[in-house]
Design a protein around this ligand. Structure first.
Ligand code: HEM
Length: 495
């Protein structure tokens, strides 16, 4: 009866006929419709808390039934390893449909042949040599960031306000080849709309009446439309600007009689990922709509995720002066005083800083949840047999706080990531960038960007706390969000 009231959900079975509950607890739903309306009426902070509460109470991966579907939430590394490495499980979960009005069907949300083609097209744009060119942009943007405080011995800043500007400028200049200097106001509106779109995404997740596209279009699409328009107008303007710049560049090259295929290896010219897409369009491999899909995906993927990681890293460093000092000493020992010479090779020497960043994304993973859908009945290593259409939700946040794999998980302790402390831990207990075929294409890009800004800040300024972490209110979105205005005090270091 219970499952019939979840609108005829196909049921999960076990390989050996044991009751499912022996392997995965099934929390009782709030209404007679199983768990379908458990999130109903909750805001983005409530949705976040709900999942944390379930993970804590149930202590392991668990199963719910919602609107005709079984939803298996995974918080154990053995199942995570199976899921992310299973080539039959690369189709994203149903909830990614709700992102499509904003980021369309690009690399993040696409499936099947389309995903394979796009992944093949976009992966080379994150090649080591190209990242080396992007490093110049990260340095320029980092310098701009700290120059805001150059005439002050101390200043109070809101990292939640300032960091997203830095990351949006960086992604637009690296990936899109466009400086935002004459689009500052439009950039501000883009960021504000993005925030709103994430809120609306969670409103849809928490209201099953909006799951179906027709119902959503009828009941909620017009409410969301103005924010989506701001986002899409912004990305369209960037594409149009880059098209003109690239035309110019190609024209110049034809005048100088240089071959077009030399365009990406010319050291003097800065490569933009968007150029690859525009050139692929000329070869008939992608159309204008496809370019819009990928630009919206990369802007979103490259902006909000790194913002959140930087915000929480700066917060953690402000709260932990000893760890901050270790980062400072490591910079002094490994990085040239003249930051204009900073390059990728120097960045790889900052091992402790890497531990700090990893510990931060463990505690606050920018992508707290990822999901897949089974296209066939799928047997898991623990003996559960998931029927076709099951949603597998990898709860990265709960995995990263699972006390079975992390001692004192709420404690900030970068030493967890020293090689000697990692060897006995399950590799899949930590997957901030996911893993397997559908892992994050921007992982190396993100680490470079984050390390570069941290070097510029820590080298010159001490970061002091102005925020009590007990007050932190996290919320769900497409990425992890925070309700608070997190401030820190920056004090110039004595030379
Ligand atoms: C701290 C920063 C970042 C974190 C924590 C992060 C995390 C993730 C995760 C967990 C996934 C898997 C999503 C899923 O399975 O649904 C992912 C995918 C992706 N990320 Fe990132 N990401 C970060 C930065 C970036 C950057 C900087 C870019 C682009 C410039 C980017 C672009 C993408 C794209 C396009 C995908 C989809 C890949 C695919 O499905 O083939 N990410 N990211």
């Amino acid at each position: 009866d219970y499952h019939i009231l979840a609108f005829f959900a196909r049921r999960v079975h076990t390989k050996d006929g044991r009751p499912v509950e022996d392997i995965a607890p099934i929390p009782k739903g709030k209404t007679i419709f199983a768990n379908s309306f458990d999130l109903y009426g909750l805001d983005d902070a409530g949705v976040f808390k709900h999942s944390r509460k379930l993970a804590k109470e149930l202590g392991g991966s668990y199963l719910i039934y919602s609107l005709g579907t079984a939803v298996y939430s995974v918080i154990d590394p053995e199942t995570v390893e199976f899921v992310v490495n299973n080539t039959n499980l690369i189709t994203k979960g149903m909830v990614y449909n709700f992102m499509r009005p904003a980021i369309r069907t690009g690399l993040l949300t696409a499936s099947g042949q389309k995903w394979h083609l796009r992944r093949k097209m976009i992966t080379p744009t994150f090649h080591f040599n190209i990242l080396g060119q992007f490093e110049e942009v990260f340095k320029a943007e980092s310098l701009k960031f700290i120059e805001q405080f150059h005439d002050q011995t101390e200043s109070v800043i809101s990292v939640t306000d300032l960091i997203p500007k830095f990351t949006l400028n960086s992604i637009c200049e690296t990936a899109m080849g466009i400086k935002l200097d004459d689009m500052i106001e439009k950039g501000d509106r883009y960021r504000e709309s993005m925030k709103m779109v994430e809120k609306l995404f969670i409103m849809r997740v928490s209201n099953p009446l909006h799951y179906n596209n027709t119902m959503y279009n009828w009941l909620a699409a017009s409410r969301d439309a103005p924010y989506l328009k701001v986002m899409h107008d912004f990305s369209s303007e960037i594409i149009a600007k880059r098209r003109l710049l690239l035309e110019d560049e190609l024209f110049q090259r034809s005048q100088d009689q240089m071959p077009d295929d030399d365009i990406y290896i010319n050291k003097k010219r800065r490569f933009a990922m968007l150029d690859t897409l525009i050139c692929a369009e000329k070869d008939g491999l992608i159309d204008h709509e496809g370019i819009c899909e990928e630009v919206d995906t990369l802007m979103f993927g490259g902006f909000d995720t790194t913002s959140m990681c930087l915000i929480f890293t700066l917060m953690n460093l402000s709260l932990h002066s000893e760890e901050q000092e270790r980062c400072y000493q490591e910079i002094v020992e490994n990085i040239d005083d003249d930051l204009t010479t900073l390059d990728i090779n120097q960045l790889t020497k900052l091992k402790y800083m890497e531990c700090v960043i990893k510990e931060t994304v463990r505690m606050y993973p920018s992508a707290p949840v990822i999901a897949r859908e089974t296209l066939n009945a799928t047997e898991l290593p623990n003996g559960l047999i998931l029927p076709v259409g099951t949603q597998i939700v990898v709860q990265i946040f709960d995995l990263h706080h699972n006390p079975k794999y992390w001692d004192n998980p709420e404690k900030f302790d970068p030493d967890r990531f020293l090689p000697e402390n990692m060897k006995d831990r399950h590799t899949y207990a930590f997957i901030p960038f996911s893993a397997g075929q559908r892992n994050c294409v921007g992982q190396k890009y993100a680490m470079l960007e984050i390390k570069t800004l941290l070097i510029y800040i820590i080298k010159q300024l001490k970061i002091l706390p102005l925020f009590d972490p007990k007050d932190l209110i996290l919320h769900s979105g497409i990425t992890l969000g925070v309700k608070n205005n997190i401030k820190v005090k920056l004090v110039r270091r004595n030379k």
